[in-house]
Design a protein around this ligand. Structure first.
Ligand code: GDP
Ligand code: IMO
Ligand code: MG
Length: 422
């Protein structure tokens, strides 16, 4: 019996989907615990590519139960289309959705767009999926939960109370849209009907199954955490380990293995501070070789050097005991590679991530580049980290030395097989 956690240590898109898929082989239950369909997790098995926004990445493996925890915000329309899509591909998901998970409603999506327009130049660059407004309503105690979506009487009552409020907000924003209780009820009660059989008490389910192998799948990354990230350029959920507990109902002390996913360089989608960003040929190399385009929105990701101040911040907030390095292959072909290990702020050196990021200047260590063949990677599968060429080894040893956390896994390509467990 054990509970394992996989989470992102940067600004998302670290390759969590791939790492979760790898660990899911030995799991019985895979749980998404926060975020919504702002996430995009990619899995490559042979020539087949799966992109998941709401379904836990474990669904592609037969015989696993996929859980959408109470901390997730669920757009039922998106979830249903994801279920239909995967069914078409011959997979019947065994899914349990928390009756406490909040529902993304049409007014959340509309308000997400409107708020961004009002922010103007200071917009967050959200995915536009209604995530922020849905979490705001949850905290404001104005939300609709999955358990209410599937109960037509309660749903109707909630809509009659909430929709007039939202229409007044639309009016105040100068928006033309108005929502009609009947229309929204008709559409959403249908979604409720479709999903009814899958909604249940996931807390009871998980606690009854604590003797099984449970894998918790994080979305986004620590720097998008609403408390610890680059606020206000963050998402609206707790993306660090604490969120795994509040978003699933699994107590913190039950989580026995915590893997932080670290992309070998850094990317970020949307606006906000990014100290090691490279708006130059280096950034171009990383974006092109790493195919750094958003899984959810298709936007080009901003790219830059690995930032260990960021990674250390993430690892210590979650108490990670292992690192999964991903996309190490993307660094190939660069003559020299840099890694930020500290920042200079107002002439002072700091090694922690500060709340105020103005005037940060990263301090870098430089490494010699490398090239590796797939045959060489096969040797690493047998010989471990010592079988790696010296330059790669130095790069990885530096990461371990600075963070104090061991590398548990190296991913050197998008496919399932392109993985070395150390
Ligand atoms: P997630 O949101 O953290 O699950 O990551 P995404 O799926 O949004 O983005 C990661 C992208 O990198 C996907 O297209 C993956 O298929 C791909 N990928 C994952 N690991 C590797 C790797 O080691 N090397 C390369 N080249 N691509 C990878
Ligand atoms: P995965 O799970 C990368 C970013 C958005 C925006 C900010 C707020 O695939 O790593 P939101 O729609 O959440 O209100 O947007 O957060 N963002 C992500 N960036 N990967 C993600 O998920 C993201 N989910 C949200 O781009 O900057
Ligand atoms: Mg992603």
């Amino acid at each position: 019996m054990s509970v394992k956690l996989v989470f992102g240590t940067q600004w998302g898109d670290e390759g969590k989907g791939k790492v979760v898929d790898y660990y899911a082989e030995k799991a019985d239950i895979v749980v998404r615990y926060q975020g919504g369909n702002n996430a995009g997790h990619t899995i490559k098995i042979g020539d087949e590519v799966f992109k998941f926004h709401l379904l836990p990445s474990g669904v592609v493996r037969k015989g696993k139960t996929a859980v959408i925890g109470n901390g997730v915000v669920v757009d039922p329309k998106v979830l249903i289309s994801e279920i239909e899509e995967i069914r078409k591909r011959g997979i019947e998901p065994n899914l349990v959705i928390s009756d406490r998970a909040h529902v993304i409603m049409p007014y959340h999506r509309l308000l997400d767009g409107a708020e961004e327009v009002f922010r103007g130049k200071k917009k967050v660059g959200t995915t536009g999926r209604g995530i922020g407004p849905c979490y705001s309503d949850k905290i404001a105690r104005l939300g609709i939960r999955m358990g209410e979506l599937i109960d037509p009487e309660v749903l109707r009552e909630r809509l009659e109370f909430i929709i007039p409020m939202k229409n007044r907000i639309f009016e105040a924003y100068g928006m033309e849209e108005r929502l009609d209780v009947d229309e929204v009820f008709r559409e959403y009660s249908e979604y409720g009907r479709y999903l009814r059989g899958m909604v249940g008490d996931t807390i009871e389910f998980l606690h009854k199954n604590m003797d099984k192998e449970i894998l918790l799948e994080g979305a986004q990354g620590a720097m998008l955490d609403v408390d610890f990230g680059t606020y206000p350029y963050t998402t609206s959920s707790s993306t660090i380990g604490g969120g795994a507990s509040t978003g699933s109902g699994i107590p913190p002390n039950a989580i026995k293995e915590i893997t932080g996913v670290v992309k070998a360089y850094t990317t970020r989608v949307g606006m906000g501070p990014f100290p090691t960003e490279q708006e130059n040929e280096i950034g171009k190399h990383l974006c092109e070789k790493g195919h750094e385009f958003g899984t959810t929105t298709g936007r080009a990701r901003r790219c830059g050097w690995l930032d260990l101040v960021v990674v250390k911040h993430a690892l210590r907030l979650t108490g990670a005991d292992g690192i999964a390095i991903t996309k190490i292959d993307v660094l190939e072909g660069l003559e020299t590679i840099k890694v930020a290990y500290a920042y200079q702020v107002d002439g002072k050196k700091i090694t922690y991530f500060p709340a105020k990021t103005d005037g940060i200047k990263p301090l870098y260590k430089e490494f010699q580049g490398w090239n590796m063949t797939s045959g060489e990677w096969e040797k690493v599968k047998e010989g471990g980290i010592d079988a790696l060429p010296l330059n790669v080894r130095e790069y990885l040893k530096f990461i371990e030395g600075e963070t104090g956390v061991k590398i548990r896994m190296i991913s050197y390509g998008p496919a399932r097989e392109e993985t070395v467990e150390l």
